[in-house]
Design a protein around this ligand. Sequence first.
Ligand SMILES: Cc1cc2nc3c(=O)[nH]c(=O)nc-3n(C[C@H](O)[C@H](O)[C@H](O)COP(=O)(O)O)c2cc1C
Length: 217
Amino acid sequence: MASTKPNKYFSTALGQIIRRRRMTRTFDGGPSLEDLKELGELALRAPSAGFSQGAHLLILVGDDLQRFWQVSGVGAWFGKTSPGVLEAQSVILVLADESAYTNRYSEGDKAGHGLEKAENWVKPMWLTDAALVTQNLLLLIEEQRWGALLFDLFVEPRKLLDAFEVPANVHCAGVVAVGYRHPQDQPSGTPTQRKRKASVDLLHFGTWNTHIEDPLG
Ligand SMILES: Cc1cc2nc3c(=O)[nH]c(=O)nc-3n(C[C@H](O)[C@H](O)[C@H](O)COP(=O)(O)O)c2cc1C
């Protein structure tokens, strides 16, 4: 049975932002370049393995943004499926520099585990770190009551990255369209067709097979 107790954590400012956040697919302009710069600076203050700090943000507005929509092919896709996305003020590419990690793990305090070679990592942690920056972006944008849509480069990401002079060992972890949420923007996408899974099925305590309905009860 679900708890009826008020939850002390979800009522914090951050808890409310996390609960309120949803993807925006109809934009109406958006913040200035100065505000986007501040947003980016704050979002980059995320944890990183070995403090490698390999996440970068490429902010595109104006003509650069139009070139992004065109070269990536994403503009044509959203033009057909969700044209309101193309009214966003900016897209921010979240980029992961693999070599920042292989270089950092060649240094004295980290050397000796073979991690100076990307293929020896059990997973590409540069993408993990970039995902943390991405979530910072989404939450900071929601805090401002702006709008964001996270998507990825569907086809030939390298072609797009080359067009914007992104080095070969730097990968795109995701793209965040940023703008003001249009007053008529409605919840959209898959959450309108599927229910959120019950947390009791996703939270495990002690072993995979142990779930607790009300762990605080
Ligand atoms: C890695 C990733 C890729 C996504 N790609 C797309 C996308 O290409 N197009 C899109 O409209 N939404 C995309 N989304 C948004 C998800 O559909 C959305 O987060 C999910 O349905 C939950 O909805 P909410 O974020 O509004 O709560 C993506 C989300 C993630 C995390």
